[in-house]
Write a new protein. Structure first.
Length: 568
């Protein structure tokens, strides 16, 4: 394709009847005031969409428009243009046909960028027009740092040599410490983990190697393996960053720190544990720029959502969210808090740790070292005249009883509990020593949840369930099992070959109706469980997972995987 000519975006959009003269005039006036690019102003004013602009430019230039959301990238082709230049010029290499490269550009009118890309690639360019939003996402996905991490790890290993005695206290205060290989290595690991949407980083010393794994959408993936002798250097540097005792290697330690990755603040919760071959380090990444999801956006079925909204608006009572670690309980509670967060309500949270920052509420961080426990803070919080209280977790008898009493005296109490399903939650409270009458009177709603991976839209395809999967689906969907078209993800560059991108919630809800409360007041636990399961019939976690598979949102295999840990 020949070098594009300089064109005026506004004139093109008016010419193609996508914009009126008056709208263009308004946008140009705004552009003069702010200095921002015309395209951004038009999109912000909702005169036109980003996709419409890209398609209009493609028509004017005689170029092709490509939707990168569904494009299958090849990393070796993308890498022909260095990441720095790709971000600078808003461009990505899509195809390499020897003499000609197809390059996607967000702004094909940028002739300087076009000329520089041609010089860097040393070949003719076939121009494609893409949206800037999808381009930046594609760059984040495609420029993974596996080789760079391995190289930095080897560099660190060479610096260390055979000596295990390294003073990282000196490193932390030495000018130019940011250039040290261990710092470069960790910075690159955090950047790669953020780009890969990892929720956790696992740094695990083995007998002869150091293993680094990322947890993405709930599943661990190996990032790299390298020389085991750098393990202590990496652990010590992380302990310095989080203010832990670097001399203590025999006891587990917990801490936290914040880092900035691509202008986004990421809170890191760190846990160290001594193992046979060194200190294992696990870090939970909490992206503060991602915002808090609403109740509408986390996958709660419509019938449950209406009841949840009704209950949380009540002036008093207790709502419990249950499930294992990492099942999204805190996300659900904060989605509820977000709806209740008005100037008329005082909200206090008691957490360990504070995972989300929500303006307008009072958040308290537990600190066991100074005896700032859940029970102690909760009792103090109740003297602060709150309307709503969130207790991070019901860990012991005192916290449970204080929370239940609070819900009986005019407070709405939210909390979490580690139980397998909704029906067993009231029983668990009784096991923890809560008086039976308090559980029956205070508990309003129990929400049990898990997370399932969502099929990647870029590589979704029809799927015929295996006999075992079909049998499981039939047990939940009955005779309607064959009325649905099932899907799976083939695996592509967009999803790193997994077939899944992101997760959504799987829910069941036990409402403490009059019948359930009467059963809870009886001594017969089995009778209560029977009543609770009758209310949950057709609305269990397993059934919701099967429905998600039937709707094509997740695969039968993933629905079965999540359901395998649940009781029949």
């Amino acid at each position: 394709m020949a070098r594009p000519e300089k064109i005026r975006l506004g004139d093109i959009l008016v010419q193609q009847k996508l914009l009126t003269d008056e709208q263009l005039k308004q946008a140009l006036e705004e552009q003069k005031k702010t200095g921002r690019r015309l395209g951004h102003v038009l999109i912000e004013k909702k005169f036109i969409t980003e996709e419409q602009i890209s398609k209009a430019l493609a028509r004017q230039l005689g170029a092709v428009y490509i939707d990168l959301k569904h494009y299958n990238f090849k990393r070796e082709v993308v890498a022909k243009l260095p990441e720095t230049q790709a971000r600078r010029f808003r461009a990505i290499v899509l195809e390499d046909k020897g003499e000609v490269c197809t390059v996607g550009m967000a702004d094909p009118t940028d002739l300087t960028a076009y000329d520089e890309i041609t010089r860097l690639l040393k070949r003719e360019i076939n121009l494609a027009v893409v949206t800037e939003t999808e381009l930046l996402r594609a760059i984040d996905r495609s420029y993974r740092r596996t080789e760079q991490i391995t190289g930095l790890a080897q560099e660190l290993g060479a610096d260390i040599g055979d000596s295990a005695a390294i003073d990282f206290g000196v490193l932390a205060t030495t000018p130019g410490a940011e250039e040290a290989p261990v710092v470069k290595l960790l910075q690159t690991v955090f950047e790669d983990a953020t780009q890969a949407r990892a929720s956790d980083i696992h740094i695990e010393p083995q007998e002869k190697r150091l293993q680094i794994r990322f947890r993405i959408d709930g599943v661990l993936h190996l990032q790299t393996e390298t020389d085991g002798k750098i393990a202590s250097a990496v652990a010590l540097r992380l302990k310095l960053m989080s203010g832990l005792d670097i001399a203590e290697k025999r006891m587990p330690q917990d801490g936290r720190f914040a880092i900035k990755v691509r202008n986004t603040t990421v809170d890191v919760r760190i846990s160290t544990m001594p193992t046979q071959h060194g200190e294992s380090v696990v870090m939970r990444l909490l992206n503060q720029g991602s915002g808090i999801l609403g109740l509408d956006n986390i996958g709660i079925p419509a019938d449950m959502l209406g009841k949840i909204r009704e209950v949380i608006q009540r002036p008093s009572g207790m709502v419990l969210v249950t499930g294992p670690t990492g099942s999204g309980k805190t996300t659900t509670l904060y989605a509820a808090l977000n709806e209740l967060n008005t100037t008329e309500r005082k909200i206090i949270t008691v957490e360990d740790p504070v995972e989300y920052r929500l303006p307008g509420i009072n958040q308290v961080q537990i600190n066991e070292k100074i005896e700032l426990t859940f029970d102690r803070v909760l009792r103090s919080a109740l003297r602060q005249d709150p309307d709503v209280v969130l207790v991070g977790e019901m860990r012991d008898e005192k916290t449970v009883e204080t929370g239940l009493r609070a819900s009986m005296t005019g407070h709405m109490v939210f909390s979490t509990l580690h139980t397998n399903d909704a029906a067993s939650t009231p029983v668990r409270l009784l096991d923890m020593g809560a008086p039976r009458y308090m559980v029956a009177l205070s508990l309003q709603l129990v929400i049990a949840q898990r997370l399932v991976r969502v099929i990647c839209e870029s590589c979704i395809e029809d799927y015929q369930p295996l006999p075992s999967e079909h049998e499981w689906l039939r047990s939940e969907l009955g005779d309607h099992v064959d009325e649905h078209k099932y899907k799976k993800g083939r695996g592509c560059s967009y999803c790193n070959g997994t077939g899944y991108v992101g997760r959504t919630g799987v829910y069941e809800m036990l409402e403490m109706t009059k019948t359930v409360v009467e059963a809870a007041n009886q001594e017969n636990i089995q009778q209560f469980m029977q009543v609770a399961r009758e209310q949950l019939a057709g609305r269990t976690l397993r059934h919701h997972a099967a429905q998600l598979a039937a709707s094509g949102k997740t695969s039968p295999d993933e629905a079965m995987r999540v359901s395998s840990q649940l009781a029949e």
